[in-house]
Structures are given as C-alpha cells and as structure tokens.
Write a new protein. Structure first.
Length: 335
C-alpha cells in the first residue's frame, strides 16, 4: 500500500487509540510487524499544545518512518495550523480523526460528529491538505447512525479533497463499539475510490484479517483493541497473509521479555510515577485472556515503583516458565 512517498508493508496497521497508542506502544507494535502506527489523537487547539499530555503525544523522536500523527478538531483553519505545527515537529503523515465516537469528542462536534456536516468535512479536508506538503489521511465511520450511513459520500469528498488514504471503521457513531462491525459499506467505499482504503473493526485474528481483505478488497487492515496486551498480533497477521500459515503463539519467555521491555520504555518515557501507573493497564491487558489473570494482577498491582513493578512481573513469569518446564519433564512427549 502506498501513502504518498511511503510504502506501507506489511498491510496491517495499528489504529490510533487515545490513552493507548503512545510512543512506547507504537514502537513496540512496529517492531512486532505493524506496517504503520498513528499517534494518539492530538487536539488542534493551540492553547493545549504545551500541556504535559500534548507534549508526550507530540513526541516522535527516535520513531521509525513514516511518522503518522492524528489531529482532531472542528475548525478548518485551526486544523490546518495544527497540521503545519505537527509537520514542523516531525510528522510525515497527518491523519484527521472523524471516527472517534467518544461523547466528550462528539459533543464538541469533533471526531465522528463531523460526519453530520458534509460541507464542513469538505472545508476541513481542503484546508488541511492545502496546508502541508505531506500526505493527509482520514479515519471515518460508516455513518452517524443506521439511517445515515453516509460513509460513501464522505469517502468521495475525501478523495476529491486530495486525501491520500482512507480508514473506515465498520460501525456507525451511534454503535460506539457495540454489536458487530459490518464490512459491506467498506467494500462499497473501496469499489468507488482510487485511493487506498483500510478496513477497521473487529479484526482480532489472522483469519479474520484475511476474511475482511477478501470480502472488501481493501488495501490493508487496521487493528485496534485486539492489539492491547497482544502486540504480536501484527506479525501473526502479516505471516498468515503472506504464507497462509499460522505462527505459533509466543512462548512465556518471549511474552515476559516483551512485557518487561514495554515496562522499561513506559518508565523512561513518562517518568517513574506516571509510567508505573500507565503500565498497570497494559499489565492487565497482557493477562486478560490468560487463566492466571486475577492472580497476576493481584501480584503486579502491588508495585508502586518501577523497580518493584519490573521485579514482580519478571518473577511471576519466571514462576510460570519454571512450572511449564516441570510439566514437560513430568509428562514427556510421546515417542
């Protein structure tokens, strides 16, 4: 998939998620196979650019290219200025958020609320595309609600405005993340456009990624919530799409090492106090689908400093690894 001068490979990308896709997580997902990883949503109002949260969200030093930064807002010229500001601070792709369904975003007429005003959408896209010399991408939903699936009309506006690629979440704004994503609207959008289209929504396995690609004809798939606690999903999907074969799951040793590396990066990026606090949700996600979830969380949530968090996490996994090794000795493979 080509976005401006950038070749995106493999054809699986990380969805921007507020409070999740910070620099440590983006870099981890890229190392584990994501072809592209956009930043958390950054606000377009310049009054907030120097807050601690915005400074972290706009920190892209050391990230591999291409660096994609998502911006959000409602006023065309303000969004244009935000795009210029982020390009001046390292952005190589600007992504516009018209897909977020959160009330605090939509109540300000940003995110997916913008899809209710197609004329405003056109003004925003034209202003941002004309403001910068880098590719501009757009993320939308299929529509506002089930009676107003105007995603195809927004998609035509996007292409006509010079948008370089379009990501579509297969739900309306009113659905938030409930129910199941539908891909027929995404397929219709892809069939009508010449620019790359990326499908998003409920892509949680290599098989589902292949099914969505086949059903919609899109150029790439976008993974969001399924990557929380499972960043290796990107290499699993990439391998399956390339070979038709499933990769074995990561070993406990590899999971431990990935997790400890992620914790180190969070502590370094945010500082010890904030890093330890932010790491707790990632620890919970890593253990979410494991049988020892409750026990693991009970252990690691006792940590209130970086050294303890690393020690308790490492020790817990070391215990699991030792137990697994003992089981293999006690019950050797047949033959």
């Amino acid at each position: 998939m080509q976005i401006g001068p950038y070749t995106i490979a493999p054809h699986v990308v990380l969805a921007p998620m507020a409070g999740v896709t910070d620099k440590p997580f983006r870099q981890l997902c890229k190392r584990l196979g994501a072809g592209l990883a956009a930043s958390e949503m950054t606000i377009s109002d310049p009054r907030f650019w120097n807050t601690r949260k915005s400074i972290h969200r706009m920190d892209h030093s050391g990230e591999p290219a291409p660096i994609s930064v998502q911006i959000a807002g409602t006023e065309p010229q303000q969004l244009a200025e935000a795009a210029r500001y982020n390009v001046d601070h390292g952005a190589q792709i600007i992504d516009i958020n018209m897909g977020c369904p959160a009330k605090k975003v939509c109540n300000a007429w940003a995110g997916s609320a913008l899809m209710r005003d197609e004329a405003l959408v056109a003004r925003i896209l034209e202003a941002v595309v004309n403001a910068v010399q880098v590719p501009v991408t757009l993320k939308i939903r299929t529509g506002w609600d089930c009676d107003h699936r105007n995603g195809p009309r927004i998609a035509h506006i996007a292409e006509d405005s010079g948008i370089a690629a379009l990501a579509v979440h297969g739900r309306t704004r009113d659905q938030h993340y409930t129910g199941s994503a539908e891909y027929q609207t995404i397929a219709a959008i892809k069939a009508a456009l010449r620019i790359p289209v990326i499908a998003n929504g409920d892509i949680d396995s290599p098989q589902k990624a292949a099914q969505v690609l086949a059903l919609t004809g899109v150029d790439a798939v976008m993974v969001g919530r399924a990557a929380q606690g499972r960043p290796w999903i990107f290499r699993e999907i990439a391998h399956y799409l390339a070979t038709g074969q499933e990769l074995p799951p990561p070993t406990l040793t590899e999971v431990r090492d990935i997790l400890l590396g992620h914790l180190h990066d969070l502590h370094a990026f945010y500082g010890e106090q904030q890093g330890v606090r932010i790491a707790r949700k990632h620890l919970g996600w890593y253990a979410r689908d494991r049988p020892e979830n409750a026990a693991f969380r009970a252990v690691v949530n006792r940590a209130d400093d970086a050294a303890s968090q690393l020690q308790l996490t490492g020790a817990y996994f070391d215990g699991l690894i030792a137990a697994a090794a003992a089981d293999r000795v006690q019950y050797p493979a047949a033959g």
